[in-house]
Design a protein around this ligand. Structure first.
Ligand SMILES: C[S@@+](CC[C@H](N)C(=O)[O-])C[C@H]1O[C@@H](n2cnc3c(N)ncnc32)[C@H](O)[C@@H]1O
Length: 230
């Protein structure tokens, strides 16, 4: 882990209590291209959206009004900012903002048409458990979109990443988080991988949850069904 202390719930709460007042102008701008890429896709979809790790709600005013949005975050300090944004911007399509752990979502299975997690997977204590929750609450046929930084071993990007490591530590990131932690651990279909500005530092992964019919193994003899009796 490059000498980083293991992230736990308390360290997340402490880190984001410190970040909440300055988050929008410190980490906000560098991450904005990635947010825009995800939001453009989401706004072309219908129905309900769950934003996991909604933070200060920087994306909330940019979601299309036809979507119904629910946000969750572990940090009450970040959520406080998100709630005042909703009030100040008079956003009408926000169904709720809840203090909740992404690794134990209190929503039913298949509750949302779209689930998005932007810059979250590297800061959660247990990313594999969070991924399983994103899958669970997404409807079959729905999409899960993840925007994140993933580590590279070589090239210019790895140099930039090493240069960014102190900031990453301050944000509570795992700078050595690998894309395989997501792509090798999911049952979802990966439908798009997009490298994002600045300089490919971030990546958007777009997944579709298979329809149940596609997941189920075909029953024996399905190719020769019994002939109809009527
Ligand atoms: C880097 S910020 C990203 C915020 C926002 N998604 C954005 O685009 O700016 C990470 C957020 O994830 C939240 N977070 C960390 N661990 C979490 C967990 N286990 N459950 C829910 N939220 C969590 C933090 O409180 C923080 O608001």
């Amino acid at each position: 882990m490059n000498g980083i202390a293991r992230i736990d719930e308390q360290s997340v709460l402490k880190a984001y209590a410190r970040w909440a007042p300055v988050y929008d102008w410190s980490f906000g701008p560098i991450a904005d291209f990635g947010r825009k890429s995800a939001i453009d896709i989401i706004n072309g979809r219908e129905g309900s959206l769950l934003e996991v790790g909604v933070g200060t709600g920087v994306a909330l005013p940019r979601y299309a009004p036809h979507l119904t949005i629910t946000g969750i975050d572990l940090s009450p300090d970040m959520l406080r900012k998100a709630r005042s944004r909703v009030r100040e911007r008079k956003l009408r399509n926000i169904a709720g903002l809840y203090e909740m752990d992404a690794s134990e979502l209190r929503f039913d299975d298949a509750a949302f048409d779209t689930v998005v997690a932007m810059y979250v997977m590297t800061v959660v204590p247990d990313p594999v458990k969070v991924l399983a929750e994103l899958e669970r609450v997404c409807k079959p046929g729905g999409e899960v979109i993840i925007v994140n930084h993933f580590a590279q071993d070589h090239g210019l990007r790895s140099v930039i990443e090493r240069w960014m490591t102190p900031a990453a530590r301050a944000l509570g990131w795992h700078p050595d988080f690998r894309i395989e932690t997501i792509t090798h651990m999911t049952k979802l279909d990966l439908i798009e991988t997009r490298s994002l500005k600045p300089m490919g530092l971030f990546t958007m992964l777009r997944f579709r949850k298979p329809l149940e019919a596609r997941e189920a193994p075909s029953p024996k003899g399905a190719d020769n069904p019994p002939s109809c009796c009527c």
